[in-house]
Write a protein that binds this ligand. Structure first.
Ligand SMILES: *[C@@H]1O[C@H](CO)[C@@H](O)[C@H](O)[C@H]1NC(C)=O
Ligand SMILES: *[C@@H]1O[C@H](CO)[C@@H](O)[C@H](O)[C@H]1NC(C)=O
Ligand SMILES: *[C@@H]1O[C@H](CO)[C@@H](O)[C@H](O)[C@H]1NC(C)=O
Ligand SMILES: *[C@@H]1O[C@H](CO)[C@@H](O)[C@H](O)[C@H]1NC(C)=O
Ligand SMILES: *[C@@H]1O[C@H](CO)[C@@H](O)[C@H](O)[C@H]1NC(C)=O
Ligand SMILES: *[C@@H]1O[C@H](CO)[C@@H](O)[C@H](O)[C@H]1NC(C)=O
Length: 497
């Protein structure tokens, strides 16, 4: 890092708007930052790494990515990890949430061929983190399935349950002495619901009838549960770690006071968060989803529901497979009830099954991503809803962040977002009794933002993508987050915890 720059920026003072909480975070509250392998590593085909779904997607369909870009190099963290970890140490985070690129250690996805250079890379990174007092919190799957496994159907193919379980077991064996905190999947909602149907398609970018969306959720839940049980049965006692999954949802606020829109709120939350969280925390799909999809499938001429049915054995096997609740949360949407169960569509769609129209309130501050507006009270409601719906779990906020166009090192909007969202988080803890144990910012660096390419930037640290060095420069939000971690306080002086 450029220390001269730090000195100048340290003089930067944050102005505190009224309404920013002056309560201290609990003494054992953990702060971190999050990244994902594909978005920061680069080195896409180096040292024996296999091709992943996103390598293929960005190379094959550059027209689907803003600016026609890809992550072949991106932040170049594959080479710059030492500098990265110096920055993390300077920032002072308790943990670093990162992911393993499956195809870097298993080029074809299967365990018959292990790429030692990839194993060495991650062992070096994890050790350097530990040596610097930073806990590595590792996601096994952050959307970059090896291309070979994608080509046999990816997450719609039940074979992936065993391939993922093999990969997970190998990762526990290879890295379990260093890594004590695992996440199986990042946001299955994003790669199941935004990849197989509809206009905003992430890789593999298919537009299939709704059964693909449900089949993906079904396979992912079984793969997650299998990895969890492998950890529990074969590794937990020896390695003394824990394992969970990271789920995402925007808060859903009814667009009106009508009963229909309140029902729309329930439908939207259950189809977005409940489809994944209910099987894991309560057992089985949410009943409203079982009933609605069965009824609509029948009316649309299907011989059975397009939502796969779990056996009782599977329900029991999946239930209880998270040591805490990993939550990614960014924003809030307004929902209105739109599709009756009887509103059948010619092309069976997940959206119509879910049954709502989603909009936003133009008065909510808008980020550089059209879907991301600052609505801190929605975060507090989301935390409360999870607390109440899933039996008062410990919640780790695994991602939360703000996008701008990344042109300035002064980012007061990101600072406001952090102040407002962390104030809402403190209210959830102290006023509502929600057990939030930690918080991670997305993201430490500006990086490759999937379909948005390098257009939208989420970093606390600016990355100069035009320089071969990918020079990193902290933004003002970096220094503000550093202060929060150090003082456990959002303003100058807080009451004691
Ligand atoms: C999970 O493990 C991490 C690392 O040991 C620890 O900090 C955290 O408190 C654990 N969380 C739970 C809910 O057990
Ligand atoms: C739902 O369908 C019923 C019966 O067709 C109809 O009476 C009702 O108005 C519909 N509601 C909405 C919100 O479309
Ligand atoms: C659903 O059906 C009702 C009643 O037939 C109709 O008024 C409404 O426009 C339909 N909604 C959609 C989104 O197609
Ligand atoms: C995001 O920033 C880019 C680059 O400045 C700009 O072209 C784009 O319009 C912005 N998008 C939004 C939604 O503000
Ligand atoms: C890149 O980094 C090297 C070594 O740190 C330095 O010598 C060089 O001047 C840098 N180049 C640019 C364009 O920043
Ligand atoms: C925190 O704010 C409250 C009022 O909201 C005030 O009474 C209290 O003195 C403040 N504490 C500190 C340490 O500033």
């Amino acid at each position: 890092m450029n220390m001269k720059c730090s000195v100048i920026l340290l003089a930067f003072t944050v102005s505190y708007a009224s309404g920013i909480s002056n309560r201290s975070f609990p003494a054992d509250f953990k702060f971190g930052v999050t990244t994902a392998a594909y978005q920061i590593e680069g080195g896409w085909n180096e040292d024996g790494k296999g091709e992943s779904l996103w390598d293929w997607y960005t190379h094959t369909y550059p027209d689907r990515i803003q600016g026609g870009t890809n992550a072949d190099v991106t932040c170049d963290s594959y080479h710059k990890y030492k500098e990265d970890i110096e920055i993390l140490k300077d920032l002072g985070v308790n943990f670093y949430r990162l992911s393993i690129a499956w195809s870097r250690i298993l080029p074809e996805g299967t365990v018959n061929h292990v790429n030692q250079a990839g194993v060495d890379y991650y062992r070096t990174v994890f050790q350097l983190l530990i040596d610097n007092g930073i806990v590595p919190v590792v996601t096994l799957y952050h959307w970059d399935v090896p291309l070979t496994l994608s080509e046999i159907g990816g997450w719609t193919n039940p074979l992936l349950v065993d391939y993922f379980a093999d990969y997970a077991r190998l990762a526990f064996e290879l890295f379990g002495d260093q890594v004590k905190q695992w996440h199986t999947f990042n946001e299955p909602q994003s790669f199941c619901m935004l990849s197989y149907q509809g206009p905003l398609r992430k890789a593999p970018g298919y537009d299939l009838p709704a059964e693909a969306v449900y089949q993906c959720n079904y396979v992912v839940l079984k793969a997650h549960a299998k990895a969890y049980h492998i950890y529990d049965d074969e590794f937990r006692q020896k390695q003394q770690g824990n394992i969970s999954i990271v789920l995402v949802a925007h808060w859903k606020e009814p667009a009106s006071d009508s009963d229909a829109d309140k029902e729309g709120q329930n439908l939207a939350l259950q189809f977005e968060m409940g489809l994944l969280a209910n099987p894991i925390f309560n057992g089985n799909w949410p009943q409203v989803a079982i009933d609605r999809v069965a009824e609509r499938s029948k009316l649309e001429g299907y011989p059975r529901s397009r939502l796969p049915e779990f056996t009782q054995e599977e329900i029991d096997y999946i239930k209880g497979t998270a040591d805490y609740f990993g939550l990614n949360h960014y924003t809030t949407e307004l929902v209105s009830f739109a599709y009756n169960v009887t509103n059948v569509t010619e092309y069976p769609s997940f959206d119509a099954d879910r049954g709502v129209l989603r909009t936003t309130d133009p008065s909510w501050p808008q980020s550089n991503m059209t879907w991301l507006r600052s609505v801190p009270w929605g975060f507090r409601k989301m935390l409360n809803w999870i607390d109440q719906s899933y039996g008062h779990p410990a919640i780790l906020v695994t991602e939360n962040g703000w996008a701008d166009d990344g042109t300035s090192r002064e980012d007061p909007q990101r600072i406001s977002y952090i102040q407002d969202y962390l104030t809402a988080l403190l209210e959830a803890i102290y006023d509502d009794g929600v057990n939030v144990i930690g918080y991670s910012q997305w993201s430490i660096y500006d990086n490759f933002e999937w379909l948005s390419g390098y257009m939208a930037k989420f970093g606390l640290v600016y990355v100069d993508f035009s320089s071969p060095n990918r020079t990193r420069t902290p933004k003002s939000s970096y220094y503000y987050y550093q202060k929060i971690i150090k003082t456990k306080c959002l303003v100058d002086t807080c009451d004691a915890a």
